[in-house]
Design a protein around this ligand. Structure first.
Ligand code: SAM
Length: 252
């Protein structure tokens, strides 16, 4: 089977929607950036996280497993890819892509397609690859972040491809963030020991099982002997964490 992106959501994404629930505080940033758009295309929509329910949303999602996890109150997603959006120019008031551009085989082409079909804002929530290794987990599995850094298009590059006028906003991660991406567990280290949590974070698919085993054994040991709390307890006490999450919003 040919994959639309760099990670197999058919086999690894089956429990995505239990671990990766939209966080309302992050959603507020996205919905504000959409302005007064009434029609929105959501590219790489997955199970529908962050889709504004007060607007007319067209969702694009190539993985059948992800499409099947969309709640019934949302419209079914169209089976298509970012690089070839099946809509005429300027079809929508706005376009959004959330935590997905790093999966696309040709991110530039997908971004150009979003720009083409939106007559208003194009908003992209992504991670800054230069910052991902700031998380303490880098001390346990540096290989994870080396692989991650290579996957993310540079923020300035996303801005350049989208053109027009754009802003970049750091999005703080709440301590109890409900969307279980890697940084979301900055204060809940034991969560990484759960294979179901790691399976819903695509980064782990890019490192060897030996690396995971070693890193998780070290983390478990440090949690048990108190070393983790001695080293990183101050981070765990923060009510939010400014990590690598960035919102790029571009107007034509
Ligand atoms: C981490 S999930 C994010 C899903 C959703 N936007 C969210 O915030 O939960 C990444 C999604 O990108 C999709 N994807 C991968 N390659 C794609 C492509 N070429 N075009 C569009 N979507 C793609 C995957 O199938 C997956 O559903």
């Amino acid at each position: 089977m040919r994959l639309a992106g760099d990670f197999n959501y058919e086999t690894h994404g089956q429990h995505y929607s239990t671990i990766r629930r939209p966080d309302p505080r992050i959603a507020a940033y996205l919905h504000a950036a959409l302005g007064d758009a009434k029609t929105v295309i959501n590219v790489g929509a997955g199970a529908g996280n962050y889709e504004p329910e007060d607007r007319d949303v067209t969702a694009i999602e190539p993985s059948a497993s992800m499409r099947s996890q969309r709640p019934s109150r949302l419209t079914p997603a169209v089976d298509a890819v970012a690089g070839e959006l099946p809509f005429p120019d300027n079809s929508f008031d706005a376009a959004m892509a959330v935590l997905t551009v790093h999966h696309w085989p040709d991110a530039d082409q997908g971004l150009r397609e979003m720009r083409r079909v939106s007559r208003g804002p194009v908003i992209v929530l992504t991670f800054d690859g230069d910052l991902v290794n700031r998380l303490w987990l880098n001390d346990y599995t540096p290989e994870l972040f080396t692989a991650e850094a290579r996957r993310y298009p540079a923020i300035s590059h996303i801005q350049a491809v989208l053109g027009g006028t754009s802003t970049v906003t750091p999005v703080p991660i709440p301590v109890d963030c409900t969307d279980g991406f890697t940084e979301a567990f900055y204060a809940r280290p034991a969560m990484f020991l759960d294979p179901a949590v790691r399976a819903s974070q695509s980064a782990w698919g890019f490192v060897s099982p030996a690396v995971v085993e070693r890193g998780m054994a070290d983390l478990r040991r440090d949690l048990e002997n108190g070393e983790w709390h001695r080293k990183y307890g101050a981070i765990a006490s923060q009510s939010s964490y400014e990590g690598a999450v960035r919102l790029v919003a571009a107007l034509p």
